[in-house]
Design a protein around this ligand. Structure first.
Ligand code: NI
Length: 226
């Protein structure tokens, strides 16, 4: 995320981020207008990007930790019901996506798994968690197969529509079904942030999509040491 230069001058940093946020909002607004004339699916996708743009603008301004995260009850990839309390005492990296995702999810999960390995060898173990936004298709068995492709440490979580809806609201995750280009099945447009959660259960840091393995690992190690 932020390079060393960001820490140099608080005023310059604030100004640059204000400008960047304004630009993102303008672009998102324009995108929403264009999409609204096109299709409901396009509008939904555009809305996801719009909210993500606002979240990204707030990343460096430090999202207040009380604003993200909270209690949940879900089912893990071994079929056991778990709650947020089961993971207290562990640092967590949490990502929301779905197993049919053609591009973004696999990339982000690879990054997360690699970062977890680096942090584990330099600092301490972090538990990587993948929460599906597509509970209809992603049951425990499907998740079990999928998470194994990335890391033996990766935990997959699913639940009822209501449970997934509740946890995504708490994490400010936006998702919307869109019809797939081929016409069969569907895709799910979704936010693509990685959340760092402290052993207390409090949210600590947001990694935007496209964060490198090194930046993610460094960010986690910084937070653990803080
Ligand atoms: Ni995805």
């Amino acid at each position: 995320m932020a390079g060393p230069g960001w820490r140099g001058c608080p005023m310059l940093k604030a100004t640059r981020w204000c400008a960047a946020t304004l630009l993102l909002l303008l672009l998102a607004g324009y995108g929403t207008l264009v999409a609204a004339q096109r299709s409901p699916a396009g509008l939904a996708a555009s809305l996801v990007r719009h909210v993500d743009a606002m979240m990204t603008g707030r990343t460096v301004g430090q999202v207040p930790s009380g604003l993200i995260g909270g209690p949940f009850t879900l089912v893990d990839n071994t079929g056991h019901t778990v709650t947020d309390v089961n993971y207290r005492g562990h640092w967590l990296l949490v990502y929301f996506g779905y197993t049919f995702c053609p591009d973004v999810c696999p990339t982000e999960l690879q990054t997360m798994a690699a970062a977890v390995d680096i942090v584990g060898s330099h600092s301490q173990d972090v538990v990587p968690i993948f929460i599906t936004v597509d509970p209809q298709r992603d049951n425990s068995a499907a998740l079990s197969q999928y998470v194994g492709l990335f890391s033996p440490k990766l935990i997959g979580l699913t639940g009822t529509d209501e449970q997934i809806s509740a946890v995504t609201r708490e994490y400010r995750v936006n998702y919307a079904r869109v019809s797939s280009p081929g016409g069969t099945g569907y895709l799910v447009d979704h936010s693509s942030f990685v959340y760092l959660i402290a052993p207390s259960g409090r949210f600590r840091r947001l990694f935007p999509p496209g964060t490198s393995v090194a930046d993610m690992a460094t960010g986690v190690i910084e937070e653990i040491a803080a």
